[in-house]
Design a protein around this ligand. Structure first.
Ligand code: SF4
Length: 264
């Protein structure tokens, strides 16, 4: 293994062990700092800014964001290896924030994981130049990509960025990635209607080789972090979607011809 890969530096804010929601099997999730979007519902607002921040939750103040090497992260991941084996499959997932904002670190980490036989996934918005995305793709087993809305203006209104680059990149990623699963956060007032979910599902279905779509229901976990960062949570008035609503939306995705599930 190349020493320069192990020494590549990046900025993360958390490593979560034993997740079963972010890729196949039992996963270790590495949360990277920095994201180009500002989704109103984001449950990890401490991920968004590149600079380390102070966050106060439950009366405890902590600094969010720390610089690490690939080697240090790999050491943490290796501790969970036994659980990947036991669950039959599993591995590491890069989440965020947005791993495409730290492409050298992400590519190096994914590559060394692959070299030691650990399977890899990324959770991404796909908001980056395609050349940047191509740095990572050879080392990724599963791409979990968000498509949040097909309407450009609405996407921009709720996330601060329009979706043109994301939709265009999705077409290339579908062709070039080993496996692409589309994920959609279901957010009342933004996209939680049958018409909007159908439009996203039809787009997903049009992508080469995409067979699966996950609907992630809106929740308020993490909303207290906004106050802890001195920001305002603007979604407090939004109700979480009813089970029946989620079921109807699931049926819509299945009608379009995709395997579908609620949750990641
Ligand atoms: S893309 Fe993800 S991490 Fe970035 S702001 Fe949106 S929800 Fe948060």
């Amino acid at each position: 293994m190349e020493q320069s890969l192990l020494e590549t530096k990046g900025r993360i804010f958390n490593i979560q062990r034993f997740s079963i929601h972010d890729g196949p099997g039992v996963r270790t999730i590495v949360f990277l700092k920095g994201c180009p979007l500002r989704c109103r519902w984001c449950c990890n607002p401490e991920s968004q800014d590149w600079k380390p921040e102070t966050m106060v939750t439950a009366g405890v103040s902590k600094t969010v964001g720390k610089d690490v090497t690939v080697e240090e992260v790999l050491r943490e991941i290796e501790r969970d290896r036994i659980y990947y084996r036991r669950s039959g499959h599993g591995g590491v997932t890069l989440s965020g924030g947005e791993c495409l904002w730290q492409p050298d670190f992400s590519a190096a980490l994914l590559r060394v994981c692959r070299e030691v036989g650990i399977s890899t996934a990324i959770e991404t918005t796909g908001y980056a130049d395609m050349d940047v995305i191509r740095k990572l793709l050879p080392y990724v087993d599963t791409v979990l990509m968000d498509i949040k809305h097909t309407n450009r203006e609405k996407h921009k209104e709720f996330t601060t960025r329009d979706n043109e680059l994301i939709l265009e990149n999705a077409k290339h990623i579908a062709k070039e990635a080993a496996d692409l699963i589309i994920r959609t956060p279901v957010i009342p007032t933004f996209n939680a209607t049958e018409e909007e979910i159908r439009s996203i599902a039809e787009f997903a279905k049009s992508l080469d080789g995409v067979e699966e779509m996950h609907l992630l229901p809106y929740h308020r976990i993490g909303s207290d972090k906004y106050a802890g960062l001195g920001r305002t949570y603007t979604m407090a008035h939004i109700q979480v979607p009813e089970k029946e609503t989620m079921q109807k939306l699931l049926n819509v995705v299945q009608d379009v011809g995709l395997r579908a599930k609620i949750g990641g």
